[in-house]
Design a protein around this ligand. Structure first.
Ligand code: FVH
Length: 297
C-alpha cells in the first residue's frame, strides 16, 4: 500500500492555501523542481515562495487556470471543509477534467461530500489526510494517507511522495479522514491523560517536566499492548483476556485526583466506561471490553 517516492519530471501544480502547512508543501514541490503556482486568500503569504520561483496568482481562477493546457494538479490545503467550498465552488467549471487533491482536514462525511461534488463537476478527486506537522514534511516519519480513486493516486504519486510516505487506504473517499481523526482521537485522549497526571503531581510540587521524563517511556511501553487489545476486540471474545474489568476499578485514581484538588474528568471518563460494563454483568471480562461501552449510542 505504501512505497518509496518515484522520480517524476517537473509538472505544473497549483497550491491553494498558504497557511503553515500549505507553505511547506509548496516549498517542497519547488525544491523538487516542479512548476508551482500559489494562491492564498490573504495577500502576502506567498512572498518567500515567489522569491524561490513560485508563480503568484491573484485569484483562485487565475491559480487553477495556470496549469493549462497541461492541466496541472490542484492541491487544496485550507482551513476546513467550508473554506474548501468557499474557495472552489466559484471555479468548479474551471476545474472540469482537472485533478484535485484535498489535504484540508475534513470529517469522513465531508470528504465523501467533496468527492460527490467533484464527481458532479467532472473533477478528478483524491482526498488526503496529513499525519505530520509542517517541519516533518519531506523528512522521514512524515506520512499522508489517501483515499478515493486509486488510479488518480497512481497518476499523481510522484508529486505526493515529495511530501511524505504516501499510503493509499481504499476507494471510500472518507477512509483517509476516518483513520486520521481516529488516530487524533487517541492522541488527544492520551495528551489529556498525560496533562491530568501532570496536574496531579503538580498539586504536590512535582514539575510537569519531571513528570514527562517518567511518563514518556512508560506510556510508550504501554502502546505495545495495543496489538493484544486489538486482537481481543476483533475476536469479539473478552472472556479470556488479561486484566479484568473488576480488577481495573479506577475509583482510587478518581479519589486521589479529587484529594489533590484536581478535576478527575479524564480518568473519571474511563471509569464511567468501565463501570457500564461491570454494571451489565461483565466484570470478569477483559478491560478491552470498554470498547463495547463506546460502541453504544
Ligand atoms: N499545521 C499542522 O500541524 C496540521 C497537520 C495536520 C493537517 N493539518 C490540516 O491542514 C490544513 C491546513 O493547516 P495549516 O496549518 O496550513 O492551517 P493555517 O495555518 O491555519 O492556514 C489555514 C489556511 O486556510 C486559509 N483559509 C481559511 N479560511 C479560508 C476561507 N474561508 N477561504 C479561503 N481560504 C481560507 C487561510 O487563509 P488566510 O487566513 O491566510 O487568508 C490559510 O491559508 C488544515 O485543515 C489542518 O487541519 C495541519
Amino acid at each position: 500500500m505504501s512505497g518509496a517516492g518515484r522520480a517524476v519530471g517537473p509538472v505544473p501544480v497549483t497550491m491553494l492555501g498558504l497557511g503553515a502547512m500549505g507553505r511547506v508543501l509548496a516549498a517542497a514541490l519547488l525544491d523538487a523542481g516542479h512548476d508551482v503556482t500559489v494562491w492564498n486568500r490573504s495577500p502576502g503569504r506567498d512572498v518567500d515562495l515567489v522569491a524561490r520561483g513560485a508563480r503568484p496568482a491573484a485569484t483562485v481562477r487565475d491559480a487553477v487556470g495556470a496549469g493549462r493546457p497541461g492541466g496541472g494538479t490542484v492541491v487544496a490545503c485550507l482551513y476546513d471543509h467550508a473554506s474548501v467550498h468557499e474557495t472552489l465552488d466559484p471555479v468548479a467549471e474551471d476545474l472540469r477534467g482537472r485533478t484535485l487533491v484535498n489535504l484540508t482536514t475534513t470529517t469522513p462525511n465531508e470528504s465523501r461530500e467533496l468527492a460527490d461534488w467533484a464527481s458532479r463537476h467532472g473533477i478528478v478527486f483524491l482526498d488526503g489526510a496529513i499525519m505530520a506537522t509542517p517541519p516533518m514534511i519531506g523528512a522521514p516519519g512524515a506520512a499522508i494517507l489517501y483515499s478515493g480513486d486509486e488510479d488518480v493516486f497512481g497518476e499523481v504519486r510522484g508529486l505526493l511522495d515529495v511530501w511524505a510516505t504516501s499510503t493509499f487506504e481504499g476507494a471510500d473517499p472518507g477512509r483517509a479522514s476516518l483513520l486520521d481523526l481516529a488516530m487524533l482521537s487517541g492522541m488527544y485522549t492520551m495528551f489529556a491523560g498525560f496533562l491530568h497526571g501532570a496536574a496531579m503531581v503538580g498539586a504536590d510540587g512535582v514539575s510537569a517536566r519531571d513528570f514527562a521524563a517518567r511518563a514518556a517511556p512508560f506510556l510508550a511501553a504501554m502502546t505495545e499492548a495495543f496489538a493484544a487489545d486489538a486482537a481481543t476486540v476483533d475476536g469479539g471474545d473478552y472472556s479470556a483476556g488479561g486484566q479484568s474489568l473488576d480488577w481495573s476499578d479506577l475509583g482510587h485514581l478518581v479519589r486521589a485526583s479529587e484529594d489533590l484538588g484536581v478535576d478527575p474528568a479524564p480518568i473519571a471518563m474511563v471509569e464511567e466506561l468501565r463501570r457500564r460494563q461491570v454494571d451489565a454483568g461483565h466484570g470478569r471480562d477483559d478491560f478491552a471490553r470498554i470498547y463495547e461501552s463506546l460502541r453504544r449510542r
